[in-house]
Design a protein. Structure first.
Length: 180
């Protein structure tokens, strides 16, 4: 009934990324598998994020990360990071790669900022601030963060080239890119 578009070639399918309002970024072994542009958002409740997230993380094997995002209808200048699912052996480079791809989508769309509500205590404020996220609109039981651009995007991350590369011999470069 409703179909989704899978973007695998960043340069050829840039228009699909630009026009899509909901999507899933899938990264496996520090490589982009694809970005699925969806007709509807995937919204998770806090209970689902805590319970199902832990169970899915424990049961899924491999170095795999899915990042769900959306562009709200009322605030077209923002992208919201809704939900992240990772497998048990997901490396920091794979998770960071999914975030870097989200930043590139924000650059492509001309978004003003990225927003997220961090539900797990395993993601520290120190890590988020290291990657450019700052606390925003704090509320009880919520850890809201924002990464602002407002037309001034950071330099293109070298990790993007590793994520989009077709050969598997450059995986150690992704680990080195995390050291900065």
């Amino acid at each position: 009934m409703f179909s989704s578009t899978v973007v695998t070639d960043w340069s050829q399918q840039a228009d699909a990324l630009r026009s899509g309002t909901y999507g899933v970024i899938e990264v496996r072994d520090e490589r982009l598998v694809g970005i699925r542009i969806r007709p509807f958002a995937r919204r998770a409740s806090r209970i689902e994020a805590c319970l199902w997230g832990r169970l899915a993380h424990r049961l899924r094997e491999g170095n795999h990360c899915w990042l769900y995002y959306r562009q709200p209808r009322r605030c077209r200048g923002f992208l919201v990071l809704d939900y992240v699912i990772s497998a048990r052996h997901t490396t920091l480079a794979t998770a960071r790669g999914a975030l870097v791809l989200l930043e590139e989508i924000a650059r492509l769309k001309g978004s003003d900022a990225l927003l997220c509500d961090v539900a797990t205590a395993r993601i520290s404020q120190r890590l988020l601030s290291r990657w450019g996220w700052v606390p925003h609109a704090s509320r009880r039981w919520h850890r809201n963060y924002i990464k602002r651009f407002y037309g001034r995007y950071p330099d293109r991350d070298p990790l993007i080239d590793v994520l989009l590369a077709s050969d598997r011999s450059r995986s150690c470069a992704a680990q080195l890119a995390l050291c900065r």
